[in-house]
Write a protein that binds this ligand. Structure first.
Ligand SMILES: Nc1ncnc2c1ncn2[C@@H]1O[C@H](COP(=O)(O)OP(=O)(O)OP(=O)(O)O)[C@@H](O)[C@H]1O
Length: 331
């Protein structure tokens, strides 16, 4: 697991540029087996934060604890040993063109002094696991982008890390390869008990694979939470990015709901039964987020105006229910 507490990193002023507070008092916690997304606009500090996690960038303040070991106090050989527990994959794969897939995956094991037979066996098993058992002797130039990223994943996992850091790992891939690489990252996280951090500027990536997410702006965390928790705050910055709100309309017969989680499907039946109003779904969008369906629905309520008003008021009250949130659209 990863625990980051009050980490800050400032790049000092130069003759040409002012100082940049790239990461400003960031704390986060990721459990073993969890995938956490770090999202934010360009320049918000995502990569600097990722580099602080493996001490490629030394934080000015704060602590970084991985598997109960404080990294910021380590130096030299101790730090290098700790870094072996952190696998990393990048947008541009960073494979050696002169080496085959097998040679690339063996490299970190060679550097760690693992014997030839053992590293060959481990690299072969990993490449088979990522679906490239028939490409062991191919060079990167002979592989597709998705296949190259699979080689990079196998290489990152070769030293048996406990943490996997993915920096825009799918940004150079088409949508089919993106989906399969994300599914592989998810599977491996669960299978190997990894703690995975995924830096991305794409909310679609978060929707497909993350359990939890933090939003950075100007180096600071401006929103965070488990996906289901974030969506229980439908107006929050992350919820509006994960599930964009419907465009506002001014009509007293319409009401918007944000639904998701167990029990929330019953709202339409409840409206009909409790108030005797007609209910028609006139718009909305539904997303599968982390295996749970969430949606924003627009309903038209039809019937006696007093009953419609009462139904609207009831819907507004439902905002406070844990498994269901609502918002009126007539303002
Ligand atoms: N080595 C450096 N020296 C000075 N400033 C830097 C350095 N690295 C990053 N920065 C600055 O720190 C801020 C955060 O950069 P960072 O690369 O972490 O953002 P990001 O969210 O990853 O952006 P992107 O999505 O564009 O990769 C930016 O203003 C950037 O210009």
């Amino acid at each position: 697991m990863i625990t980051v507490s009050h980490v800050s990193k400032t790049f000092p002023a130069t003759r040409r540029n002012e100082a940049v507070h790239a990461v400003d008092d960031v704390s986060l916690h990721v459990e073993r087996g969890q995938v956490m997304g770090i999202v934010g606009p360009s320049g918000s500090g995502k990569s600097t934060l990722a580099r602080c996690l493996n001490l490629l960038e030394r934080p000015d303040q704060g602590s970084v604890v991985i598997d109960n070991q404080e990294l910021t106090t380590l130096e030299g050989a101790q730090l290098n040993r700790a870094r072996r527990r952190i696998g990393m994959i990048f947008q541009q794969f960073n494979l050696l063109d002169s080496r085959t897939a097998l040679g690339n995956v063996e490299l970190p094991l060679e550097l760690a002094g693992t014997g030839r037979a053992e590293r060959r066996a481990r690299a072969t098993a990993l490449l088979e696991r990522v679906g490239l058992g028939d490409k062991l002797h191919h060079h990167p130039a002979q592989l597709s982008g998705g296949q190259r990223q699979r080689v990079a994943i196998a290489r990152a996992l070769a030293p048996s890390p406990s943490v996997l850091l993915c920096d825009e790992a799918t940004s150079a891939l088409d949508s089919v390869s993106t989906d399969s690489v994300l599914a592989l990252i998810r599977e491996l996280t669960e299978e190997l008990g990894l703690t995975t951090v995924l830096i991305t500027h794409e909310m679609d990536v978060v929707k497909k694979v993350c359990d939890a997410v933090i939003l950075l702006e100007g180096g600071r965390v401006v929103d965070r939470g488990l996906i289901s928790e974030v969506l229980s705050r439908p107006d929050s910055p992350l919820a509006t990015r994960l599930l964009p709100p419907l465009s506002p309309v001014d009509d007293p017969d319409l009401v918007d709901l944000t639904v998701g989680g167990p029990g929330s499907d019953a709202i339409v039946a409840d409206l009909v039964r409790e108030f005797g109003v007609g209910v028609a779904v006139v718009g909305g969008s539904v997303e599968d987020l982390g295996g749970v369906r969430f949606g924003r629905l627009r309903l038209r309520l039809d019937g006696d105006p007093a009953l419609v008003a009462a139904a609207r008021a009831w819907v507004a009250e439902e905002r406070t229910r844990e498994d269901l949130t609502t918002e009126g659209v007539a303002r």
